[in-house]
Each structure stands twice: as structure tokens, then as C-alpha cells.
Ligand binder design. Structure first.
Ligand code: MG
Length: 367
């Protein structure tokens, strides 16, 4: 019989923006659920103790509301303190301890640990190193990677022995086997899984951290208005009509970015019924779009846009527009592709009644 402790009380300080990694989604469930629920399928499980910080307590509790053998408790200020507190509640013969931010744990790894506990009192899943390693403590010396392993969780222990080890330590440790080994020397390594990573940065959440979107926009050309494209004012006898400065190029680019992250379009975000957007520079709206992107943990990587315009000729303004827009997007000029085209006199663009733009944006998860 075994209990499970899930220490999840750390601040995710290395993570992206204001996001809380425990509640980000992987395969349709939160990281925390993915780290906890696989243990429920194993015979011999008595209970799972999830230890979180004060800030996450209510949310974690509601996540596991329906599970009678999952208990949420308050952790301590360090991982070691957190495990100490949770251990007080452990009553089963064995205990498995698994990081709350390892959502890709497989049944195989859990089984390897449980099986080995039939023979030994401490089990640690490990994986081989792919890179060569070196010892840099006094200068530099080569080390044989065959003698070393990367250490994962869940780690399994005979409860009484781990409790005894924890009762005697006063400093902090990064894992439980290290605590166990302060008193005993009989830990056994079993096969871990390279996919069983600990989430530390946003891009760990997705195997493919790129997303892309498309935006399209058209504005009417009328007299007594300015013609603004990509934040650049183009001298012309007409300008674009709209509630804002009607920068059709920037509008299409914003919609491309917003659709890349699954947000609603600029018509919804900046409604033309709102006085505060009347005559506003679209560069300011772009700033707002980029801050939403940042909150979602992404940055712009590439933008490509084609402007369909019969008149005026835009080629003389190519560099100016590309410089202005790439600067506003915080990307290098080479990552902003621009094309100008006409419609050979056809349609509303061909008649000189308006300008249309189609744009695509590729965004990438922040590292
Ligand atoms: Mg528009």
C-alpha cells in the first residue's frame, strides 16, 4: 500500500510573465492534474496529498473536489519543508513523491518505481545523459557520463525510513533521495522517461511552440483623410476612412497576431462605438495587442503582409514602412516581409476606392 505526495508549493519564478505553470493546460488538463491523476489508476494507492502555497490553495482544492482520496494541504516555504509537512499525513507503508510540475509522467515510470519497492526501500527513476559532462569545481576536468544519471520523480521510499531521514535534517534539499541518502545507502535507480520533464519555462508546455494566424482588412479611400500605412504617413490626395487612423496594414497585422493566439479580432477588442479609439494611432492599438501576446507567453517571430493598392505607388515608401512596422513589432526588419500589388484595375481596389491588406503572423512561445 502506498501514499503519494505532490509538492507544488513553489513560486514559478522562472516561468513566463504572470502565468502560473500549475494551472496552464497540457492535453486539455492543468499541469497539476496531469501530475496527480495518473497515480489514481494504480492498485494499492491509499491517498494523494497535494501541497500547494496559500495563493493556489482554493484553486487546487476545487480542481480535486470530486476525488475523495486526493487531499490538498498548505506546503512550506521550501520544497523540503513542504515534504516534511506532507509526510506527517502519510500512513501507508510506502510513499511516492512526485513534482507537481511533471505532467508527462507515464504509467511505466510509476510502475517501475512501485515494482522496485518490492525489493528495496528507496527507488529513483533516472535517465542517461546525452551530452558529455565536465567537472568545473576546480578549473575543468572531464567526467565519464556513464557514471552519472539525471534524476526524476516519482521517487519511492519505505515511509518509516524517509520520515526518520527527514526528522534529522535541517538544511534544504532539491529531492527526496538526497534526504534519504543522508542516513541510508540502499537507493536503487530504475528507468525514468525522457518525456517526464519538469516544466520550468513556457515552451516546455508544447512540443511545437509556434502558432500562426491570418488577418485581412479593407478601408475606403476618401478625401480629407490621411493615408497611413504601417505607421507611416504617405502623401496622397486621399486617405483611408475609419474610426481610428484607419491604418489598414497595421489592422491586418494585428488580426493576424490575435488569431495566432486564439484571441478575438480588433473589431471586438477596440469597438468603433468606443469614443476612446476615435482617431487613435493604430500603433497604440498594436502596443495593446502585443501586451496581450506577452501575457499569453508568446512573442512575434515573423510577419508577412501584402498590400493591394492601385494608387498611390507604394514602392518609394517600402523601407520606411518596413522600418516603422518592424520597430513597432519588436522584430528585425528581415522578419517582416512586405509586398505591394495592384489588382490590374479590377474591383474596388482597382477603381481606387480602397486599399486591402492580407497579413500572416507567426508567434513563438517565450523561452
Ligand atoms: Mg480596419
Amino acid at each position: 500500500m502506498f501514499d503519494v505526495i505532490i509538492p507544488a508549493a513553489g513560486e514559478s519564478s522562472r516561468f513566463s510573465g504572470n502565468l502560473n505553470k500549475l494551472f496552464c493546460t497540457v492535453n486539455g488538463r492543468t499541469v497539476l492534474e496531469n501530475s496527480v491523476l495518473p497515480f489514481l489508476a494504480f492498485q494499492g494507492l491509499e491517498k494523494i496529498i497535494v501541497a500547494v502555497n496559500d495563493e493556489n490553495f482554493a484553486r487546487a482544492r476545487s480542481l480535486f473536489d470530486g476525488y475523495e482520496n486526493v487531499t490538498v494541504i498548505l506546503g512550506g516555504s521550501t520544497r523540503t519543508d513542504t515534504v516534511k509537512r506532507a509526510l506527517e499525513r502519510v500512513t501507508a507503508e510506502f510513499v511516492l513523491i512526485h513534482d507537481g510540475a511533471r505532467p508527462y509522467v507515464s504509467d511505466n515510470v510509476i510502475k517501475n518505481v512501485l515494482d522496485a519497492l518490492n525489493d528495496v526501500d528507496a527507488v529513483v527513476p533516472v535517465i542517461k545523459l546525452d551530452d558529455s559532462i565536465a567537472n568545473v569545481k576546480n578549473g575543468y576536468s572531464a567526467a565519464d557520463r556513464e557514471n552519472f544519471r539525471r534524476v526524476q520523480t516519482p521517487q519511492g521510499f519505505r515511509t518509516e525510513k524517509l520520515k526518520t531521514a527527514y526528522a534529522r535534517i535541517s538544511s534544504s534539499f532539491t529531492d527526496d533521495a538526497s534526504v534519504y541518502l543522508t542516513l541510508y545507502d540502499d537507493a536503487k535507480a530504475v528507468d525514468g522517461d525522457v518525456k517526464n520533464i519538469k516544466i520550468t519555462k513556457f515552451s516546455d508546455l508544447e512540443t511545437f511552440p509556434y502558432r500562426s494566424g491570418i488577418g485581412i482588412d479593407t478601408h475606403k479611400l476618401v478625401e480629407n483623410r490621411k493615408l497611413v500605412l504601417g505607421g507611416v504617413e504617405i502623401p496622397f490626395e486621399k486617405g483611408l476612412l475609419g474610426h481610428s487612423d484607419a491604418d489598414v496594414l497595421t489592422h491586418a497585422v494585428m488580426d493576424a497576431i490575435l488569431t495566432a493566439i486564439g484571441e478575438r479580432d480588433i473589431g471586438v477588442l477596440f469597438p468603433d462605438t468606443d469614443e476612446k479609439y476615435k482617431g487613435i494611432s493604430s500603433m497604440l492599438l498594436l502596443k495593446e495587442v502585443l501586451s496581450r501576446l506577452d501575457m499569453r507567453g508568446y512573442v512575434v517571430k515573423f510577419v508577412s503582409a501584402t498590400v493591394a493598392c492601385q494608387r498611390p505607388k507604394l514602392n518609394p515608401y517600402f523601407d520606411k514602412i518596413r522600418t516603422s512596422l518592424s520597430h513597432a513589432l519588436s522584430i528585425c526588419k528581415d522578419n517582416l516581409s512586405l509586398a505591394f500589388t495592384t489588382t490590374e484595375g479590377l474591383g474596388l481596389v482597382g477603381a481606387g476606392d480602397g486599399i486591402s491588406v492580407i497579413a500572416s503572423a507567426t508567434v513563438v512561445a517565450k523561452q
